[in-house]
Design a protein around this ligand. Structure first.
Ligand SMILES: C[S@@+](CC[C@H](N)C(=O)[O-])C[C@H]1O[C@@H](n2cnc3c(N)ncnc32)[C@H](O)[C@@H]1O
Length: 272
């Protein structure tokens, strides 16, 4: 125990609260991350102990939301794992066009779940804007439980240091130069709706054609992963696709999704 006093009992209490409220699973292996973020919050709140702050979190929903925000890991980048975007362009979109044109439905609905600061949904929007033409159209819902990330995402401004991986042609076509960075074009921004959503809860979405939930499930334990995957299933259209992170897998999990191996990347489909 040190000056801020994070005892084993405190760790257990916080670990359980975080899990119950978000599905994010801290273990002895990543205890140091939780401790350092909690200590930082206690330092900012003079006089608060681990125990008194815990009581505050239980009675103050706003504080709890901010606290959960502070313990999330929001690392992301444009065109993260290019193989997924190749599979999207060359496999998923052609398959959906085939299915949906028979239904006379020309709108593709995408959900980027755990979108962090927006690079993932904007990458998808830039890709699809170059790929689809009328009568085809698309819209993206991008959600996260970090309000700070969502605010940043809504600005659509990215500092130079965050632009690595964006091809020169994409930069010219979909960004404007701004001081110290780049601003996404309005028509691309208009394709993405950012929403606060905790994956612990039912999203209330339906008929989603493509879900991206990459590098989010790794923070959950198996029970929480299973619950989220089932929520995706319920929110998705009868013929639809799911991308998870390349280090994540549904292997060994009882689910109705079918594993799909494309020449570009592996993914999952709902095909009923
Ligand atoms: C590492 S980022 C991944 C961003 C992006 N999907 C990517 O692959 O680059 C993980 C994101 O998941 C979000 N997250 C974690 N638990 C969540 C939950 N229960 N509900 C919604 N978002 C959550 C975090 O706030 C964080 O922004």
């Amino acid at each position: 125990m040190d000056m801020t006093g994070i005892s084993d009992g405190d760790f257990e209490r916080y670990r359980r609260l975080i899990y119950d409220e978000s599905g994010i699973h801290f273990t002895a292996l990543n205890r140091a991350i939780l401790e350092s973020r909690l200590k930082e919050r206690l330092r900012e709140r003079e006089g608060e102990t681990a125990l008194s702050y815990f009581e505050k979190l239980r009675s103050d929903k706003g504080e709890l939301r901010d606290f959960l925000d502070s313990i999330t890991t929001n690392l992301t980048r444009f065109f993260r794992n290019q193989a997924h975007f190749d599979a999207l362009e060359k496999f998923v979109i052609p398959a959906l066009i085939d299915v949906k044109k028979n239904e006379g439905n020309y709108h593709i609905k995408i959900w980027s779940a755990g979108c962090a600061t927006g690079e993932e949904p904007y990458t998808i929007a830039m890709l699809l804007a170059g790929l689809l033409s009328p009568p085809w159209n698309f819209s993206i819902i991008a959600s996260d439980l970090s309000l700070q990330c969502l605010m940043k995402a809504k600005e659509g401004f990215y500092a130079d240091a965050h632009m690595s991986g964006v091809p020169e042609t994409t930069l010219r076509k979909y960004f404007d130069r701004a001081e110290g960075g780049w601003k996404i074009h309005r028509d691309i921004m208009a394709k993405v709706r950012f929403d606060y959503h905790n994956l612990k809860n039912d999203p209330g979405f339906n008929n989603i054609d493509i879900v991206f939930c990459r590098n989010v499930l790794i923070y959950f334990d198996e029970a929480a992963q299973r619950a989220v995957i089932e929520r995706f299933w319920n929110a998705m259209a009868k013929k639809s696709f799911l991308f998870i992170g390349h280090s994540e897998s549904l292997f060994g999990m009882r689910t109705n999704f079918t594993f799909v191996k494309t020449p570009f990347a592996t993914l999952y489909k709902k095909w009923v």
